[in-house]
Ligand binder design. Structure first.
Ligand code: SAH
Length: 357
């Protein structure tokens, strides 16, 4: 299904969705308007899903006109949607400067999860990740992050609602913390999008100085892309490890007071055949994680053309998860979803995304 792109003006104006309610109230106060007008705009944008400022009928005409003259309310357009045989939908979204990004909507029995992107491309060059192979173009704005969620809500099955949000799409969220933080504020604000913070997960490859500031924004979940039990292997898979090695990463998490039993860290461990899937790895992991409330999410590698890695056999995956379990680690196996439309973890790499199409 393709839809035409209508966001054609080249001029970029400030977007109201770049501002959480506090910031909106400040903007409004500067113009002499009362704070509750900002709350009304937030309710239209995020609760009523109305983007047309002229349709915000409880605002006085002069305020509407002033907003129309100065601000945009839409940041992204849907360029194309693809649907997997398993119901997963991938949205290809276009920004005003022509950048393309992807968001993935994953329906499950009792929840509907959206995976959002935070950057166009990614600067981290993890060598098993298709996004990493793209290179980096730019950070997304708050409005562009929030718009992925609003578009996804419009693509829900009738009667369905968006229950969970994971920042696991293209990009490294902690290298775009100001925009990501403001998006989290909007999406978890009870008077805006109103998602429960515990249903929001931000995944990082381990940008250590930004972990505390992120967890200060709201009581969300943190996911950490670990993928290895030695620096030797992690240096290759996740080059950021050379700056923030495993011991420092785990020490930071161990000392972080906002991580506790009710809010454990989700460690992601992408299993690659012959690289990080040995019994020795599985036996090392419990010791490394000691003292950190955690769950380990094992993800068999989703293969793609940009990386030389393959998933291990089902037996090896079972052997690995069983060994973790025996070591006292809470472990889940992530089922791959949407592989047939390249929507699975690490496969988001629309060629146009880096603006080099
Ligand atoms: N930059 C952040 C957010 C990306 S999240 C981070 O690194 O956490 C995407 C998750 O999918 C990460 O855990 C990433 O390591 C994992 N991943 C990347 N490529 C993959 C692949 N080909 N197969 C399975 N998982 C992959």
């Amino acid at each position: 299904m393709a839809e035409s792109v209508s966001l054609t003006h080249a001029t970029r104006r400030p977007n109201l969705k770049d501002h959480g309610r506090d910031a909106l109230r400040t903007l409004f106060a500067e113009r002499g308007w009362p704070a509750y007008r900002a709350d009304q705009v937030a309710a239209w944008l995020y609760q009523q899903d109305v983007e047309d400022l002229d349709a915000m009928t409880n605002l006085p005409q002069p305020i509407r006109e002033a907003l129309v003259a100065e601000f945009d309310t839409r940041a992204l357009e849907v360029v194309e949607t693809q649907r997997s045989v398993d119901g997963t939908q991938k949205l290809l979204l276009g920004a005003r400067d022509g950048a393309r990004i992807e968001a993935v909507l994953i329906p499950e029995e009792r929840r509907n999860t959206l995976c959002v992107s935070t950057q166009v491309g990614c600067p981290l060059t993890c060598d098993f990740c298709a996004t990493g192979a793209l290179g980096f173009t730019r950070n997304l704005s708050t409005a562009e992050i929030v718009d992925q969620v609003l578009h996804a809500r419009r693509h829900m099955e009738p009667g369905g609602s968006l229950t969970n949000l994971v920042f696991m799409g293209m990009g490294e969220p902690l290298l775009n913390l100001p925009a990501v933080s403001e998006a989290i504020r909007i999406l978890t604000d009870p008077k805006a999008f109103a998602l429960a913070p515990r249903r929001v997960t931000v995944s990082t490859a381990g940008v250590l100085p930004q972990i505390g500031p992120l967890l200060e924004v709201a009581p969300i979940h943190l996911a950490v892309s670990l993928h290895a039990t030695t620096d030797e292997v992690r240096d290759v898979l996740v080059p950021l490890n050379k700056r923030f090695p495993i011991a420092e990463l785990l020490a930071t998490l161990r000392e972080e007071p906002r991580i506790h039993r009710r809010r454990p860290v989700f460690f992601e461990y992408t299993l690659m055949k012959g690289v990080n899937d040995s019994v020795a790895d599985a036996k090392r992991l419990p010791g490394l994680l000691r003292g950190i409330p955690s769950k380990v999410n094992v993800i068999p590698m989703n293969p793609h053309d940009d990386a030389p890695y393959e998933p291990p056999s089902a037996e090896v995956v079972d052997r690995f998860t069983a060994a973790l379990h025996e070591g006292g680690v809470r472990v889940t196996l992530r089922r791959d979803r949407g592989r047939d439309i390249d929507a699975a973890c690490g496969q988001l790499a629309n060629r146009q995304a880096a603006g080099n199409a």
